[in-house]
Design a binder for this molecule. Structure first.
Ligand code: V47
Ligand code: SF4
Length: 385
């Protein structure tokens, strides 16, 4: 278990920079940080300092509970019309023979494989295939819904949706209504990357821009759908770009309260057009999670997605503000194994996840997609139930 300073110990440090002290006092009084203070934390906040603040906030909000869910993914295709430079996973349409394209029946077979198993969520995400259109996915969703009505369907990044809606010539609102009526309940957080055009125009210039991404999520929230938000970090972005990204999400969350969680995604550099960029260290990962927790004061949940980060690093984040590890996954996603993650066949049993959480002194709690608690596990279960 990591030994950490408490917030009061931090506040008593006589040699603390006065601007950092002011931030610690804001955390103590539950006050919001400015963008300048966010950048200052990245520039000057040492791991011990930001960790103490982040852990204090997570403890206040969740009292040591760490959430996970039981889920599986469907990745309909890795054929993609876009050319994001960081992507190790996609294949261009002209090279589609090197990739995969699933039929509705093949995807329904994946859903049927889980019949009788206690999974609560299917996460559908993939490349942007020019022939898999709005009608195709509405049909798929309604078939999944008909087969297993209680399974929560979370699917399609704003990038996939933006393309589908434009191709079908429907507005964002119409398109989302159609998918929602077919049975889509929430949106994952992918495609956000870094909103700022100085970065976005270099790493993924041809897909939906930051404003378009935020508009799709804001519209989904207004229709009563919950969504997640991600940030791809650790490549060419500067601290200012990270803070700008988080600030835009924080502003939308103020308006809608529709985000379930924030998920920082570490750039992995295997087999993509940005492979020349070194991956950031675990210290930088932990600092980023901690600063996200401190800055994003209206996001209750901060997720470390273990298939991307690797389970050991994900476990460490639990002492730096993280309160969610996503799910069991069952080896159903390839996005990160293809980008060089340690997790080449990501799968964890409920027991593995609980052990990992309990080993750092936290309380494992199974949740559903929208963070309703399903079950408290481990030694804490008896005292809490
Ligand atoms: O948008 C692609 C990222 C995202 C790389 O909402 C990469 O619960 C790192 O968003 N290195 C898609 N990241 C996946 C995603 C997601 C994952 C888990 C849970 C949820 C959720 C959402 O994957 C993309 C992009 O940011 N990605 N390539 C790479 N080389
Ligand atoms: Fe396509 Fe998504 Fe890869 Fe970009 S990140 S190339 S949109 S699959």
């Amino acid at each position: 278990m990591t030994t950490q300073l408490t917030l009061s110990e931090v506040l008593q440090q006589s040699n603390l920079d006065k601007n950092l002290l002011a931030i610690a006092e804001k955390v103590q009084h539950q006050q919001r940080l400015t963008e300048e203070e966010g950048v200052l934390l990245f520039e000057k906040g040492e791991l011990g300092f930001v960790g103490a603040l982040a852990n204090h906030i997570a403890q206040r909000l969740h009292g040591g509970k760490v959430y996970f869910n039981r889920n599986f993914h469907i990745e309909p295709t890795n054929v993609c019309v876009f050319t994001c430079n960081f992507c190790s996973y996609s294949r261009q349409y002209k090279h589609r023979d090197d990739g995969w394209e699933m039929s509705q029946e093949q995807m329904l077979d994946i859903v049927r494989k889980y019949d009788g198993q206690p999974v609560t969520e299917v996460h559908i995400v993939g490349g942007v295939h020019p022939k898999m259109n709005l009608e195709f996915f509405c049909e798929l969703i309604s078939k999944i819904r008909a087969h297993r009505p209680e399974l929560h369907i979370k699917g399609f990044t704003a990038v996939e949706l933006d393309y589908m809606f434009r191709k079908a010539k429907v507005s964002v609102e119409e398109g989302l209504r159609m998918m929602n009526q077919a049975g889509l309940q929430s949106l994952p957080g992918g495609g956000a990357e870094i909103f700022h055009p100085e970065v976005r125009n270099v790493i993924c210039e041809d897909k939906v821009d930051g404003e378009g991404w935020l508009n799709i999520h804001g519209t989904a929230h207004k229709l009563g759908m919950h969504t997640n938000a991600t940030m791809l970090y650790g490549h060419i972005e500067k601290y200012e770009h990270r803070v700008d990204h988080m600030s835009k999400l924080r502003t939308l969350q103020d308006e809608t309260s529709g985000f379930n969680c924030f998920i920082p995604l570490k750039f992995r550099n295997k087999d993509n057009d940005m492979s020349n960029i070194a991956e950031v260290s675990i210290i930088e990962d932990l600092r980023l999670y901690a600063i996200s927790r401190i800055f994003m004061d209206n996001f209750r949940n901060l997720k470390a997605y273990w298939p991307m980060l690797g389970r050991q690093s994900a476990q460490l984040t639990l002492s730096f503000g993280v309160n969610d590890l996503d799910g069991t996954i069952d080896d159903t996603t390839k996005i990160y194994s293809m980008a060089g993650s340690e997790e080449q066949n990501p799968s964890m049993s409920t027991e593995d996840l609980c052990d990992m959480i309990e080993a750092v002194g936290k309380i494992p709690v199974e949740r559903d997609t929208v963070y309703n608690e399903i079950k408290v596990y481990g030694t804490a279960a008896a005292s809490l139930s």
